[in-house]
Design a protein around this ligand. Structure first.
Ligand code: GLV
Ligand code: MN
Ligand code: MN
Ligand code: MN
Length: 426
């Protein structure tokens, strides 16, 4: 960038922090569970209200707003050379059940404020700047994480899967999308054109304890761990909890319980602290105290920074599911790998821009990996990618106690604004 630009502009990079915090609080009120928890699920009324709120703010920031067929939202500030591939930023604003108000939201409202910061400073982008609000980063409703960005990155597998995807109420993906006002165009139209973006940067809370513990202001993400998810169904014969004697049972619930413990065992067998596995959903049918479970359903999340090691764990889980079904005389009705994603690496040039922005702003920073996944995992497939992390209280996330201070959010917005500016001028 012209060296004088940073020097001239730094003093005028001012974040309207109080206003930003007010917006974070307001957005949190679009929730299906009481404060301080936030629950905002894809294509529900609260999601639609939150979308309206954010599109309005984008308009006020002078961005031209459009949405694609699944509701990814784009707000564009045309650069002086609008034909060049743009620089994008953004995150998600759907919230898993009983979560907090910062996950994703900081990277959406923070991005809008970053644009406002640049405008107020008199900055003129060379490459256009674009904010993207991704549809359904969380897998809550349809079991598919990073749905919007995964599609944007050109996933034919997802395109196919969405033809038959339904939620737990048997509502199809397409009907749900139409309910929210989308899916007028074909879902395939969501695929990005090659080279649409010259860079993508996502601002996000760390969701881990490192920055706070070490007193560091900014995390510069170098890689995102590889996530995977599996759904499993067992079927037994059920029956009366008093009358069917123990030797005569084939309890689908106990098969699920045994598999949940096997997941933990196989994860620990990897011997690496970086391997994790969680059974976050475990459902028994019919769900009556005096009825032996005739069906069980598990959803298993497992991740690692090492893709191969994670795949070994997945294969062990599969072998255990088969063995448990055999031992217990139940049927393994389904073992479905919902997704098995590779990790992503940040781009050197984006890392350098984030580092130099942090230095210019005299903010302490460190390189780190992201153990959580993000839309950046998929944007990395179509664009040079980078992520900016800010500290959050005790690393809490995916629960109502999630918190980041106004100061930390302000720092993140400044680093984002300056990084976008630098990338825009390249
Ligand atoms: C994203 O929310 C994740 O589960 O990592
Ligand atoms: Mn999340
Ligand atoms: Mn998130
Ligand atoms: Mn299932």
């Amino acid at each position: 960038e012209p060296p004088s630009w940073v020097a001239d502009s730094l003093p005028s990079l001012s974040v309207e922090s109080e206003n930003l915090q007010k917006q974070i609080d307001e957005l949190a009120s679009f929730s299906d569970t009481p404060a301080p928890s936030v629950t905002r699920v894809l294509y529900t009324d609260k999601d639609v209200m939150a979308r309206r709120y954010v599109k309005n703010l984008m308009g006020l920031a002078g961005l031209s707003v459009r949405e694609d067929a699944v509701g990814n939202i784009f707000g564009r500030w045309d650069g002086l050379e609008p034909e060049l591939p743009a620089i994008a930023t953004g995150s998600h604003m759907d919230a898993i059940p009983y979560s907090g108000k910062y996950d994703g939201v900081v990277g959406v409202l923070g991005a809008i404020e970053a644009i406002n910061v640049l405008r107020r400073s008199g900055f003129k982008p060379k490459r256009s700047l674009e904010i993207i609000v991704f549809t359904s980063e969380e897998p809550t409703r349809f079991g598919i994480g990073c749905l919007g960005s995964r599609l944007m990155s050109g996933s034919k597998a997802l395109l196919k899967a969405l033809e038959t995807t339904v939620d737990s109420q048997n509502i199809t993906f397409l009907d749900a999308a139409k309910y929210a006002g989308y899916a007028q165009d074909s879902v395939e139209s969501v695929f990005l054109k090659k080279g649409a973006y010259a860079g993508f940067v996502e601002l996000h809370i760390e969701q881990g304890p490192i920055l706070e513990e070490e007193g560091v202001s900014i995390g510069i993400v170098t890689a995102i761990a590889a996530p995977a998810s599996i759904t499993v169904d067992f079927e037994g014969s059920g029956g009366h909890a008093g009358a069917v004697l123990m030797p005569n049972r084939n309890d689908a619930g106990l098969a699920a319980a045994e598999l949940a413990l096997a997941v933990e065992k196989h994860v620990l067998e990897s011997g690496s602290i970086d391997t994790v596995g969680t059974v976050g959903i475990l459902q028994l049918h019919p769900g009556a105290i005096n009825s032996i479970p005739s069906k069980s359903h598990l959803e298993i999340d497992t991740r690692d920074i090492d893709e191969e090691r994670r795949n070994v764990v997945m294969e062990k889980i599969r072998q255990s599911a088969i063995r448990i079904a055999k031992d217990r005389g139940v049927k393994l009705a389904e073992f479905k790998i919902v997704n098995q994603d590779p990790p992503a690496l940040s781009d050197e040039s984006v890392i350098r821009a984030m580092e130099s922005a942090s230095k210019d702003l005299k903010l302490s920073h460190k390189l780190m990996i992201s153990r959580a996944y993000h839309d950046s995992l998929f944007m990395a497939r179509v664009s040079p990618m980078g992520m900016i992390f800010i500290p959050c209280y005790k690393g809490y996330s995916h629960k109502p106690e999630e918190y980041s201070s106004v100061q930390d959010i302000t720092n993140g917005v400044k680093v984002l604004a300056l990084t976008l500016a630098k990338l825009s001028l390249k």
